[in-house]
Design a protein around this ligand. Structure first.
Ligand SMILES: [Zn+2]
Length: 393
């Protein structure tokens, strides 16, 4: 098994990246298939970070990405000294972050032939930050490889795009995801088929759905929302409980990280060392602690929004199924296990109403991405889902 095997349904991208690796054997004199700056794009869950990690590993591995050696393993986990993985926990990267990245990237590789910098959410660079990066993308140090990841090429500045070589990942088919769940994680075929279908090709989500009862329960709660919207109070209740679940799920991810980071910071300021008092740490670390708390707050906000967005995607799949049923389409339902409820919903309204509900969900996702006030936009959404013509009245 080599590093490329982790990519599901991405033959074309694998071909381009492995040719680059073959041309990168002589770091001092790489061939034309290799480039110093890459842009890996693809929809959420298609495996952008996995592709970037595989590429970094293959560049560092003496065998071009065997998947087993120390270089391959550490490059993918982020522990390789010459592979720097940048993950944004916040909503954007500013100029300061970009400058720090440039300073770090100037370091000559210590063990491998290349210094690889992977930026997992290059779409989160502010315009100023992206402009700061341009120079180093244009004339990178000889051993440096940039691997930027973003949902689509349009998500990064045109000036950044034009200085990178693009690799596009596609959404893997339901069959490919189901087969991967079965082969790699030993998930039984029925559960693998369900998770692949429900996740709509998002591999991480499919794995979570297949392996975690709580994730499946949460999804069920979300899919029960449409039938629960009888009157105005029930709309407000649905909005509040969706937000509450999203906040709870986000906390379960961020709380542990927050505590670990705070402990690391206190240790860095001498906690546990002889003669270092708590008061001294409080005094010395107060500025750094404030910065950390600010970053953590921003991460919590993003995490709640990510959870809400996931629920909205599930609701869109539900109404998409209603629409397919109303058109008597032959394409398979995403929520096949809910067929009776979807048929009942389809009989209650017409295609124009279902389309209006899908549009309301789409607008809600846009408002979410634009940092709208969560309680308000969710309440507005529920009212529109109950009565899609409410705004026209
Ligand atoms: Zn290897």
């Amino acid at each position: 098994m080599n590093v490329w095997d982790e990519l599901i349904g991405q033959d074309e991208a694998t071909e381009v990246l492995s040719r680059a690796v073959a041309d990168a054997q002589d770091a001092a004199n790489p061939g034309p298939a290799m480039s110093h700056a890459w842009l890996i794009t693809g929809p959420p869950g298609s495996g952008r970070s996995t592709a970037a990690g595989a590429f970094a590993a293959a560049l560092q591995c003496p065998d071009g990405g065997c998947g087993d050696c120390a270089s391959c393993r550490t490059a993918r986990s982020g522990a390789h000294p010459d592979v720097h993985i940048v993950r944004s926990d916040t909503l954007s990267y500013g100029v300061e972050d970009a400058r720090e990245l440039i300073v770090r990237s100037a370091v000559v590789p210590t063990s491998g032939p290349w210094h690889v910098v992977i930026v997992e959410d290059a779409d989160r660079f502010t315009d100023d930050a992206a402009n700061t990066l341009l120079k180093v993308l244009e004339e990178p140090p000889r051993h440096l490889v940039w691997v930027l990841c973003a949902p689509s090429a349009e998500d990064v500045l045109a000036t950044v795009r034009s200085r990178t070589r693009s690799v596009h990942l596609r959404t893997p088919s339901t069959g490919e995801v189901a087969a991967a769940l079965h082969d790699r994680y030993d998930i039984d075929p029925a559960m693998a088929a369900f998770a692949a279908r429900a996740s709509q090709g998002h591999i991480g989500r499919a794995r979570a759905l297949a392996r975690d009862d709580n994730v499946r329960t949460r999804r069920q709660e979300v899919l029960r929302i449409p039938a629960s919207l009888r009157d105005l109070p029930s709309c407000f209740t649905a909005a509040a409980s969706l937000l509450e679940s999203a906040t709870e799920d986000a906390r379960s991810i961020t709380d542990e990280l927050d505590a670990r980071e705070a402990a690391d910071l206190r240790r860095a300021y001498g906690e546990g060392a002889d003669g270092v008092t708590a008061a001294r740490i409080d005094r010395m670390a107060s500025r750094a602690m404030k910065d950390l708390e600010k970053a953590q707050k921003s991460r919590r906000t993003r995490s709640v929004r990510d959870q809400v967005d996931r629920a909205l995607v599930d609701l869109m799949a539900y109404y998409r199924d209603v629409l397919v049923t109303q058109f008597e389409g032959t394409v398979p339902l995403i929520n096949d296990e809910m067929r009776p409820q979807i048929h009942a919903e389809a009989a209650l309204c017409d295609t124009a109403e279902t389309t209006a509900r899908l549009e309301a969900l789409d607008r809600c996702r846009q408002a979410l991405a634009a940092n709208g006030a969560l309680p308000l936009i969710l309440e507005g959404l529920m009212v529109e889902l109950k009565d899609p013509y409410v705004l026209a009245r």
